[in-house]
Design a protein around this ligand. Structure first.
Ligand code: 9WN
Length: 408
């Protein structure tokens, strides 16, 4: 079997019901929102109908207010903590109660570019629009969107959130049993201090009945996240294109794009782009993979892009690219989002570098990413010094994005 065949096989094996795919067989047995967007992009190269069904599968989980939750559970599977009953959501659905980076319109635009199926765009347009309206209405703070949980960032234990999380005072006694660290070595997963806070926040959300205004007032973790806002910008551009293709209004999406981009350039830059801690009123000046994302959404100026390119070089050990500053004492080449190479970040980077004409660098990262997977396997993340794979094996987005890189 070739590596490409392996990749397709992983997606097919991780299929749940023809409409959703597990990120990995054991560690993540349900459908995750941004994972499925990457998965759909992978499928669009060899089974476009299945790619469309993955998108429909995500949309099934949408709440009445437009929110798209980060996990769609099902009643048949067990084995993940926090399980569906722990979320206590105010919705008659089996889902989590928080969202993830809004990749949906980006994935749909990728699919559309393969077969120009306007019928599919018409089926999904209103629902994605409703999701964007939800984000603009409930998550906007001075023209930037905020996240209220580290899991919403998709880069959960990125050290940029450490200080904010440390300020959270746990006021109740927490009793819970993790499952992740029974499957994967504890030293490769988030710490207990982090998990305590992840779970405490969930319990607070349930107490506030997921009312965003109350959460925004009372919670300590309110972050204008640079990765989330970059993806929001790109997704609005894609919604603008989609709207135009099917004769719908595109102006609102382009307004959101412009307003967010302008605010990011005013508020989030200090040489590099950083996230802003709303409660502590500080720019979190820690260098992480999130600072690369303005390239992907073409937010940075040429000069800023050149600085980001230097940062990428600083973040390149034997295998590109570290998710956290390798010169920092917080860097850990084995622990989750605190240093290891993640394939989706490399994918964002390759696309971003191409947009600024840094073709050589983009191709170099692309070839090294493909070779890393070929040699070390379809892992969730990799040691940037040795290439060793960690976390879940047969990880769906590693497979899906490899298919995309091969075909790009
Ligand atoms: C919590 C599924 C998800 C990814 C995230 C990644 C990890 C979950 C976890 O796995 O997060 O959502 O249990 O650690 O950080 O990006 O979507 O692959």
């Amino acid at each position: 079997m070739t590596t490409l065949d392996n990749a397709k096989d992983i997606l097919i094996t991780n299929d749940i019901d023809g409409y959703s795919t597990r990120p990995s067989p054991k560690l993540y047995p349900y459908q995750w929102f941004w994972d499925s967007c990457f998965i759909a992009i992978g499928y669009s190269h060899f089974d476009i109908d299945r790619a469309k069904r993955e998108i429909l599968g995500i949309l099934e989980s949408q709440w009445a207010n437009g929110m798209i939750p980060h996990i769609k559970f099902n009643s048949k599977t067990k084995g993940y903590f926090p399980s569906p009953d722990k979320w206590k959501i105010p919705e008659p659905k089996l889902t989590s109660g928080i969202t993830q980076p809004p990749m949906l319109a980006i994935a749909v635009w990728e699919i559309y570019n393969k077969d120009r199926d306007k019928k599919f765009l018409r089926i999904v347009f209103e629902k994605i629009k409703k999701y964007h309206e939800y984000l603009a209405k409930y998550r906007e703070n001075e023209n930037l969107l905020f996240i209220d949980h580290p899991w919403e960032s998709g880069t959960d234990d990125n050290p940029i959130y450490d200080e904010t999380l440390r300020r959270i005072k746990i006021t109740i006694s927490l009793r819970y049993k993790r499952k992740d660290n029974k499957i994967i070595a504890s030293s490769h997963r988030p710490t207990k201090e982090h998990y305590d806070r992840y779970i405490f926040l969930l319990q607070e959300f349930a107490k506030y009945k997921y009312k965003i205004n109350i959460i925004k007032n009372r919670s300590q973790f309110i972050i204008e996240d640079v990765l989330f806002n970059s993806i929001w910008c790109e997704a609005n551009l894609c919604m603008g294109y989609i709207a135009r293709e099917i004769g719908e209004k595109s102006l609102q999406f382009l307004d959101w794009y412009e307003a967010t981009k302008k605010k990011m350039r005013e508020k989030l830059v200090d040489k590099y782009y950083f996230s802003f801690d709303v409660k502590n009123k500080t720019l979190i000046k820690k260098k992480s993979c999130a600072s690369f994302l303005p390239l992907f959404a073409k937010i940075s100026s040429r000069k800023e892009a050149e600085e980001i390119l230097k940062l990428i070089n600083d973040f390149t050990l034997k295998f590109p690219v570290c998710t956290y500053d390798p010169k920092s004492p917080e860097f850990d080449p084995k622990r989750y989002w605190r240093g290891p190479v993640w394939i989706n970040i490399n994918w964002f980077l390759i696309r971003g570098l191409m947009k600024y004409g840094f073709v050589k660098k983009a191709n170099e990262i692309k070839m090294k990413t493909i070779n890393l997977i070929k040699k070390h396997g379809f892992y969730e993340y990799f040691n940037p010094k040795t290439g060793e794979g960690y976390g879940a094996d047969n990880f769906s987005w590693t497979a899906a994005l490899l298919i995309d890189l091969f075909n790009d």
